[in-house]
Write a protein that binds this ligand. Structure first.
Ligand code: ADP
Ligand code: MG
Length: 262
């Protein structure tokens, strides 16, 4: 969604200028039976930013995304998205507010075609009386084709999703998220299991997506991180260990000690 401000003298300024925060995590904590998986964590992400989150296994990366998308409720702290507190909202409301989440393992409908997977991702299509014919308008078809093209599946629309490669399933799921028109995408290890060529294509895809939205990606492959990240956040034991450019965090002694040196 875009908005504009009319400035004195009639000058119109976009509200999507660089520097504006879309996501703000404030003192976020979640405790599972006394164990703090995320511990008093604060960070913010700007519009059109591609943020990568790294850190050792168990650092709390997935749990952080779970709290942003409403799957897990925090014990303390809050998550502001465009200034609205998401921690009071249901998962469904958070999706409608413009936050799309992709989980670690691809979850596409294997028995449906790629086209049908895209069709059922359309947000307005979940209501009553929405038969398949409602989805098969030229406008819907054009939108699906544009997104399929973006995620390298333009020539796969009639294939059964179950027949796609693992990498193609990851792309399909990213495309299904894009169908919902999110402003913020949360992606948990989207290039895991991909070939080097697929990783490269995915890097380009995420960079293009971030040009109009914001993207938060959890990733381990430091070559990939270096190539795509605008900024990197390093988590360790639920806390923020370091934050900066890929080069800065890679040179940070604390990051080398707990993560990169292993
Ligand atoms: P990461 O994604 O960084 O590898 P996670 O966020 O998945 O780490 O997990 C962080 C820690 O929280 C781990 O020690 C994990 O076992 C624990 N954890 C995550 N979810 C739960 C849960 N629902 N109940 C208990 N412990 C959990
Ligand atoms: Mg994880």
């Amino acid at each position: 969604m875009s908005a504009a401000l009319v400035m004195p003298g009639g000058h119109v300024a976009s509200m999507e200028q660089a520097g504006e925060q879309i996501l703000r995590v404030e003192n976020l904590t979640v405790s599972f039976d006394g164990f703090k998986a995320v511990d008093n964590l604060s960070l913010s992400v700007e519009r059109n930013e591609l943020r990568v989150i790294i850190g050792p296994n168990g650092a709390g990366k997935t749990t952080l995304l779970d709290m942003i998308c409403g799957k897990t409720k925090p014990t303390a702290g809050r998550v502001l998205f465009n200034g609205v507190d998401l921690t009071r909202m249901s998962e469904h409301q958070i999706v409608r507010a413009g936050v799309g989440r992709k989980f670690q393992t691809p979850s596409v409908y294997e028995d449906l075609s790629v086209l049908e997977n895209f069709e059922i991702s359309l947000p307005s299509m979940h209501g009553l009386f929405q038969s398949l014919t409602f989805r098969r308008t030229p406008q819907v078809r054009a939108r699906i084709e544009a997104i399929a093209d973006q995620v390298f599946l333009r020539d796969q629309l009639d294939r059964r999703a179950g027949q796609l490669s693992h990498g193609q399933k990851q792309w399909l799921e990213i495309g299904m998220l894009l169908m919902q028109g999110p402003e913020l995408l949360l992606l948990d290890e989207p290039v895991a299991g991909m070939s080097p060529r697929e990783r490269e294509q995915t890097g380009d895809l995420l960079s293009r997506i971030a040009a109009g939205k914001s993207v938060v990606v959890i990733e381990h492959d430091m070559d990939f991180v270096q190539r795509i990240a605008h900024k990197v956040t390093v988590l360790h034991q639920g806390k923020l260990l370091s934050e900066g450019s890929a080069a800065e965090v890679q040179a940070d002694r604390r990051v080398i000690d707990v993560y990169l040196g292993h």
